[in-house]
Design a protein around this ligand. Structure first.
Ligand code: IPM
Ligand code: MG
Length: 367
């Protein structure tokens, strides 16, 4: 029997209610597999933790995460007014960046997936969606502008200024590019490297490294695409993409755009993978405006569980079952109000009922 310790960090806003659905699924998976058991321990994290514990990533939570086999994180951030009460250098976002740095979670996987049958969720026309969208965005997560030196102050002319540094060395680039090629080999063997080498030296180096790694993967078709052009193609021809790899800030922006073409970030789970530890989280925010109303869709949260089962625990088959269970609930015509436009012909259910239906579907499949 293998026991996995999972730190649960529900966070703020809708985090608590979507985490409850993830826990439901984890307990079910546990009961379906005699050889695996999950030790689930919740801990405070995010803006709410700052108010209750004086830190967005309190020490007790760090200790729990240090000892965990994987971390499952909900969402962070309170309303603008509440967030403003927290000193900016101690914000929930800073806590998250500290976690990324501590566990060196350099590889961020954001699957952008919408089967043709769920095309009604997307703002794109059916002819653009075709048989469906299936992209894997791989974002470098611990380098670039996010982690470079920063300063702000008054310059010699008496003007307020800010400066931040964008650093990448070849090893940082090579390791994420390798991850992307390996992912492409498991998929449709097409890789788009996103860059801005007409302006940025860091992108010139990025592209050089991609070219150096490419001969190790002769079966992968490599395309270099400027980040601004990539934004356009994502809207016009999303089905052209398979795996996309990019640096941190480009990945932040394009992955949100990709959520937009699906219709919602509520349809985008993610994995943040480090050499020893990984954490899993929905790509969306804490949606304080709909928190506590039982209307947020737990798809991204449960999808993050599926990614954890596969990537941290090697439970590939069960992860596939879980994806299928979730798609099945949508395909049967159920959705939550946050995702669905009026008149889309879906039966609206609450967060908890959506989770129950996924659990029921999963339970009906051979483990
Ligand atoms: C994301 C988020 C974070 C980021 C924020 C919360 C710091 O937008 O995971 O995409 O910018 O990386
Ligand atoms: Mg983002």
């Amino acid at each position: 029997m293998t026991q996995y310790k999972i730190a649960l960090l529900p966070g703020d806003g809708i985090g608590e209610e979507i985490m409850a659905e993830a826990v439901k699924i984890l307990q079910l998976v546990d009961s379906r597999h005699d050889d695996v058991s999950f030790d689930l321990t919740p801990a405070p994290f995010g803006a709410s933790a700052w108010f209750s514990h004086g830190s967005c990533w309190p020490e007790e939570t760090q200790t729990l995460c240090d000892g965990a086999d994987a971390i499952l994180k909900g969402t962070i951030g309170l309303s603008h007014a509440e967030s403003k009460k927290i000193p900016s250098d101690q914000s929930a976002e800073k806590g998250l960046l500290a976690m990324r740095r501590r566990y060196d979670t350099y590889a961020n996987f954001r699957p952008v997936f919408l089967p043709g049958s769920l095309g009604h969720f997307s703002p794109l026309k059916p002819e653009i969606i075709g048989d469906g969208i299936d992209i894997l965005i791989i974002r470098e997560l611990v380098g670039g502008l996010y982690f470079g030196e920063k300063e702000a102050g008054i310059n010699a002319e008496g003007l307020r200024y800010a400066r931040e540094q964008l650093d990448y060395d070849e090893n940082q680039i090579r390791r994420i590019v390798e991850v992307a090629f390996q992912a492409a080999m498991k998929r449709r063997r097409k890789l788009h490297s996103v860059h801005k080498s007409n302006v940025l030296k860091s992108s010139v180096l990025w592209t050089e490294i991609v070219e150096e790694v490419a001969p190790e993967y002769p079966e992968v078709e490599v395309h270099h695409v400027l980040v601004d052009a990539a934004a356009t193609y994502l809207c016009l021809k999303p089905t052209d993409f398979d795996v996309m790899v990019m640096e941190n800030l480009f990945g932040d922006i394009l992955s949100d755009q990709a959520g937009g073409i699906l219709g919602s970030l509520g349809l985008m789970p993610s994995a943040c993978v480090g050499p020893e530890k990984s954490y899993y989280e929905p790509s969306h925010g804490s949606a304080p405006d709909i928190a506590g109303q039982n209307i947020a869709n737990p798809y991204s949260m449960i999808g993050s569980v599926a990614m954890m089962l596969e990537m941290s625990f090697g439970m590939t088959k069960e992860a596939e079952n879980l994806w299928q269970a979730m798609q099945g609930v949508f395909a049967a015509g159920y959705s939550t109000p946050d995702l669905s436009r009026p008149g889309a012909g879906v039966t609206l259910v609450g967060t908890d009922e959506f989770g129950d239906r996924v659990a029921e579907a999963l339970d009906g499949m051979p483990a």
